[in-house]
Design a protein around this ligand. Structure first.
Ligand code: FES
Length: 199
């Protein structure tokens, strides 16, 4: 697997060992509070996610293309995906705050608010931990929880990515989805500010 992190993230030590697409390639956060809007003016690949963007695999993935519903397997570990401008085709993959976790769960297991943001059981969240902004890159398969490798914060994607355990105080921001044929689109902005709270 070719596994290259966003340009504003440090390279992980063992990136090559990560399973294809299912775990994230970004490492510890440094320098968050990234001025995304300023960078967007210089480089559209650093622009924030926008309503109407389609979810896509990164250019460094095995297949750089839009994600389809068939890619998102029920109860499997989350996919690491990015927003892509459907007009220009630019994937917004060079700002680590744009990294998204996409997972499909049994719709019956979702709480009402999560179900309202989901499409066919697929739910999406920011991949950036709300404790200290590491990339949330692990999956507790038995509980179907996201786990941050830095300080073991655990989030429940069936319940708004609410904190289950660990030092974080906030859920992962949720990203409402909709379908347009085989494309998975962003239906509304993230539910909360991205990343760790300002110091
Ligand atoms: S950065 Fe994720 S738990 Fe601390």
């Amino acid at each position: 697997m070719s596994c290259v992190p966003p340009t504003d993230a440090p390279a992980p030590a063992d990136c090559a060992s990560l399973p294809r697409r299912r775990l994230l390639c970004a490492a510890l956060a440094t320098g968050l509070g990234v001025p995304l809007l300023a960078r967007a003016a210089e480089d559209p690949s650093k622009a924030p996610a926008a309503v109407g963007d389609e979810l896509a695999f990164a250019s460094w993935d095995d297949e750089a293309r839009a994600v389809t519903p068939a890619d998102v397997v029920l109860n499997a570990a989350p996919l690491s995906v990015w927003p892509r401008d459907p007009v220009s085709g630019v994937t917004r993959e060079n700002a680590r705050l744009n990294q998204i976790l996409l997972v499909r769960l049994d719709p019956a297991s979702l709480d009402d608010a999560t179900r309202a943001r989901a499409v066919d059981g697929m739910v999406a969240y920011s991949a950036i931990c709300t404790h200290a902004a590491c990339a949330v890159s692990e999956w507790a398969e038995d509980k179907r929880h996201f786990v941050c490798p830095c300080h073991s914060s655990e989030y429940d994607p069936a319940h708004g990515a609410a904190r289950v355990t660990g030092p974080t105080a906030r859920p992962l921001p949720a990203l409402p989805l909709k379908l347009d044929g085989e494309r998975i689109l962003i239906a509304a902005p993230f539910s909360a500010p991205l990343g760790a709270p300002a110091a």
